[in-house]
Design a protein around this ligand. Structure first.
Ligand code: COA
Ligand code: AMP
Length: 627
């Protein structure tokens, strides 16, 4: 395969089937596919494989059993483990045996609500091993969100641990899991719970099983063959409604795309160490903590900590230096958090960065200021790249492994081979270079992208409806005169808070359920640390006295219903919300005012006073903050 970006990109578009069938050579197949894309079915329909085999067994078979597969670094507990491929195979195949003992088999769903510990990774790979479909739920979601996912995925078993650890706090998981299972209509057969030394959880006899006992009694279980188009996992992500979208990823395309990306985007080789400082609850964790590095035969680093406070803003560089990390991936918000505590880069200077050769950023736009700060202090390429849960792997990047080094602060780079972008206006016509439009990708999407939404064919179809022959990403952006792609923000009500994807519509739905609230609007406000934070404006029902307690109650309600990850801190009770004459809330105008834009009075507005009051409110807050 060509090692040059331009050639690879051109070939990937000229003959996608040939390009990806060749890339499929990086995977060990039970039946090697002869077919590329098939409409309505996916990639490599005639291929059979096992994703776990590719991530684990094949490296042992190749004589690399003694090489380190997983480094577990947990500054919050002081634990540190180096797990070689032999040990990983043992752990994963016995975890698979434990699931099989509970009756879990091919096609069954398994929900994993667990912290950043090696057993979480073993569990994901164990599901893949026996053809079960895992659905990992991020620990920052509250019980009602977990319940929604339980009802949609209808898992046979739920895997959890006694607690997570957030910085210095121990968060017991079991009460939350029990609450979610009470809320859910679906009944799981078993809860399998790993007792962590930091916190013991009570087990409900019959339903709940102890992980350690189950594991000790289990026999190693071999890999089962699955079709390339069989689902590997469901990962729920925020859509524009209160119901999360269950992104379905197929085994074959996923394995091929990740293997290709490790080598050609990140430029990493087997035996080198890759660290994605994310959480396994997000797509970055699925693709680049678990599957990508292991399929590529790299060492992956699993980090249970935060960029700051565990114990300090030097923790990233210390981990990178200690474990000889070659390529590092994190979110811009994490670098902003580090910079805030260490503006002069003293930790970087003192600790160094070992053999690190590049840092990749994603999850939100990398603001040029943060990116340039990092480049200056790290003295190496810092590469913004763009993707989404739906796509599963980077779609815009600087492909280091293809010898590309072009970068421009503020841009996420160039289209990755396989992705044919079109920046379209509302009329579906391509906009001129430099002009902003909808970021779309021509179909078929390359391997590794989502193949459906679980139980939601209509929702899946909607992403392909607005622009014929194109997937609508929901992001707006432009391509500059040199071909650099700039992603500037969402066209819908999704916001990214500290690299976490949330729907303002969903937060509104929760607030509107408060008995005192008549109506509300939640918008994303620019934030120097988290990129964006939600701000709520609410009006009370007539005759209801808001009282001083209401904003606090709303904050608690959102925390209880959605989870702490919503990070809602500011709630304003206002007399009216600005609306059009037809009664639509003018959210864009509110957003503009909150973010300091010169909004003017929209011609369609019914009640300009309401907008003026919000502007006054924001000005007085800014004034108060400044004095
Ligand atoms: N389990 C339980 N609670 C969690 C959680 C988890 N896995 N992750 C976050 N939370 C909680 C936090 O403790 C916090 O709770 P609090 O309101 O009681 O303090 C709340 O959710 C908000 O968390 P967050 O927005 O992450 O703020 P923070 O101050 O804890 O940390 C950053 C800020 C920037 C350090 C952190 O968000 C970060 O590292 N972000 C990177 C995200 C990322 O990697 N995204 C993936 C794309 S690459
Ligand atoms: P998620 O599905 O959680 O990965 O979030 C995907 C969304 O995050 C994208 O649709 C973008 O809005 C945003 N995003 C991710 N990476 C970038 C980036 N490099 N630049 C701009 N936005 C990004």
């Amino acid at each position: 395969m060509s090692d040059n970006y331009e050639d690879a990109y051109a070939r990937s578009l000229a003959d996608p089937d040939a390009f990806w069938l060749e890339a499929a050579g990086a995977i060990d197949w039970i039946d090697r596919p002869r077919t590329g894309w098939t409409d309505g079915l996916g990639w490599f329909v005639d291929g059979t494989l096992n994703s776990c085999y590719n991530a684990v067994d094949r490296h042992v078979a190749a004589g690399r059993g003694g090489d380190v597969a997983v480094i577990y670094e947990s500054p919050v507990t002081g634990a540190r483990q180096r797990i070689d491929f032999d040990t990983l195979l043992d752990r994963v195949s016995r975890t698979a045996g434990m699931l099989a003992d509970l009756g879990v088999g091919k096609g069954d769903r398994v929900i994993i609500y667990m912290p950043m510990i090696p057993e979480t990774l073993f569990a994901m790979l164990a599901c893949a091993r026996i053809g079960a479909i895992h659905s990992v739920v991020f620990g920052g979601f509250a019980a009602p969100e977990l319940a929604k996912r339980i009802d949609d995925a209808t898992p046979r078993v739920l895997l959890t641990a006694s607690c997570g650890i957030e910085g210095g706090r121990i968060l017991p998981y079991k009460p939350l899991v029990d609450h979610a299972l009470d809320l859910a209509a679906h009944r799981v057969e078993h809860v399998l719970l790993l007792q962590r030394p930091q916190c013991a959880a009570d087990l409900i006899p019959g339903r709940d099983r102890d992980w350690a006992e189950g594991y000790d009694a289990a026999a190693p279980t071999p890999c089962v063959p699955v079709a390339a188009t069989d689902p590997l996992y469901i990962l729920y992500t925020s859509g524009t409604t209160g119901t999360p979208k269950g992104v379905v990823r197929q085994n074959g395309g996923h394995a091929v795309a990740l293997a290709w990306s490790m080598r050609h985007i990140y430029g990493i080789k087997p035996g080198e160490t890759f660290w994605a400082a994310s959480d396994v609850g997000w797509v970055v964790g699925h693709s680049y903590i678990v599957y990508g590095p292991l399929i590529a035969g790299c060492t992956t680093l699993l980090f249970e900590g935060k960029p700051v406070g565990t114990p300090d803003a030097g923790t990233f560089w210390r981990t990178i230096a200690d474990h000889r990390v070659d390529i590092f991936f994190t979110a811009p918000t994490a670098i902003r958090a580090v910079r805030k505590e260490d503006p002069d880069g003293g930790f970087i200077r003192d600790i160094g960065t070992g053999r690190l050769r590049a840092m990749f950023l994603a999850g939100e736009r990398a603001d040029p200021d943060t990116l340039l700060w990092a480049e200056q202090h790290l003295d190496m390429p810092v590469i913004d790249h763009w993707w989404q849960t739906e796509l599963g792997w980077p779609a815009v990047a600087t492909c280091l492994g293809l010898g590309d080094e072009r970068r421009r602060a503020g841009s996420a780079g160039f289209p990755v081979p396989g992705f044919r972008f079109a920046v379209l206006g509302d009329d579906g016509v391509s906009v001129a270079p430099g002009a902003s439009g909808h970021m779309t990708v021509a179909t078929p999407l390359p391997p590794g992208c989502y193949s459906s939404l679980w139980n939601n064919a209509e929702g899946y179809g909607r992403a392909f409806q607005s622009f014929a022959g194109h997937y609508e990403s929901g992001d707006a952006g432009h391509v500059d005169s040199d071909g650099f792609v700039h992603i500037m923000g969402r066209t819908d009500d999704i916001i990214n808070v500290a690299g976490h994807r949330l729907s303002t519509g969903q937060i509104e739905q929760i607030i509107a359920a408060h008995p005192a609230v008549a109506e509300c609007a939640v918008i994303g406000a620019d934030d120097g640390l988290k990129g964006m934070v939600p701000i709520a404006f609410a009006i009370t029902k007539s005759g209801v006295d808001a009282g001083d307690a209401l904003p606090g109650e709303i904050v608690s309600l959102v925390r209880q219903e959605l989870g702490p990850v919503a990070a809602l801190k500011q709630v304003h009770i206002v007399g009216a919300l600005p609306k059009t004459r037809s009664g639509k809330i003018l959210r864009a105008a509110i957003r503009g005012i909150v973010n300091g834009a010169d909004v003017g009075i929209p011609p369609t507005i019914e009640n300009p006073d309401a907008l003026a009051k919000i502007a006054e409110l924001m000005q007085s807050r800014q004034h108060a903050a400044a004095t």
